[in-house]
Design a protein around this ligand. Structure first.
Ligand code: UDP
Ligand code: MG
Length: 209
């Protein structure tokens, strides 16, 4: 009886546990998603999940069955199939929450990037996480491009070159911007003008947290 009660109580507690909060961070390549996410982590206690980083890690993982596919998508500026991406996000969130119960606010950076991504999120995560809003870094595309080319010296990224970058920008305009516009219509977007300096942009976005 005691054992039953303890198990039962734990189950109730688990069910009552607050859902993790999520903020999606979107914007063109080079808009500052990663840079500002790190500052938000420092000041507001969020956990940063860069989906690009999750995919790059999976690409380099020994024995990955999807490493080559991910590599091609990244070089070509295409969006990786949602089945792969959502599993990586889910696993990262679960692992982090298991390690530390207090981790309950996530910045998901660079996702969702197209309609399939949105659908995949809904299918797998609705009722499991609470999307608070979409933080949109609205940045002039020429500035974005210049930032990526400038960082290409140090980033070591296979896609920070002119050719990949043009493809990434096309994918952004064709697939991701419409998603942001849709979220905007739903009143979920917090937009920040992201053409300025790192400090200036952070001062502006602070008010959303
Ligand atoms: N990517 C993807 N799905 C995602 C996030 C990233 O397919 O949800 C791929 C895509 O090919 C993208 C690349 O990973 O061009 C790099 O993404 P990241 O967010 O790191 O780049 P950024 O947009 O910040 O330049
Ligand atoms: Mg990034």
């Amino acid at each position: 009886m005691a054992k039953f009660t303890a198990t039962f109580a734990r189950r109730i507690l688990l069910n009552m546990a607050k859902l993790p909060d999520v903020v999606f961070v979107l914007g063109a390549p080079g808009a500052g998603k990663g840079t500002q996410s790190k500052r938000i982590v420092e000041d507001f206690g969020y956990t940063h999940l860069s989906v690009g980083d999750l995919l790059r890690a999976e690409r380099s993982r020994d024995g990955s069955a999807v490493g080559r596919l991910i590599d091609t998508c990244i070089r070509e500026g295409q969006i990786v199939p949602i089945k792969i991406t959502i599993n990586l996000i889910k696993k990262a969130m679960t692992d982090l929450m298991e390690l530390d119960n207090n981790k309950s606010s996530f910045l998901i950076d660079g996702f969702p990037r197209n309609e399939d991504n949105v659908k995949g999120w809904t299918t797998h995560m609705e009722g499991k996480a609470n999307v608070k809003f979409v933080l949109f870094f609205d940045c002039d595309l020429e500035i974005c491009k210049k930032r990526c080319l400038d960082r290409s010296q140090s980033s070591g990224r296979v896609d920070d070159n002119e050719e990949s970058l043009n493809k990434r920008i096309q994918t952004y305009l064709k697939s991701t911007k419409p998603i942001i516009d849709q979220y905007e219509k739903e009143g979920k977007v917090r937009r920040v003008d992201a053409s300025g300096s790192v400090g200036e942009i952070f001062e502006k976005l602070k008010t959303f947290f």
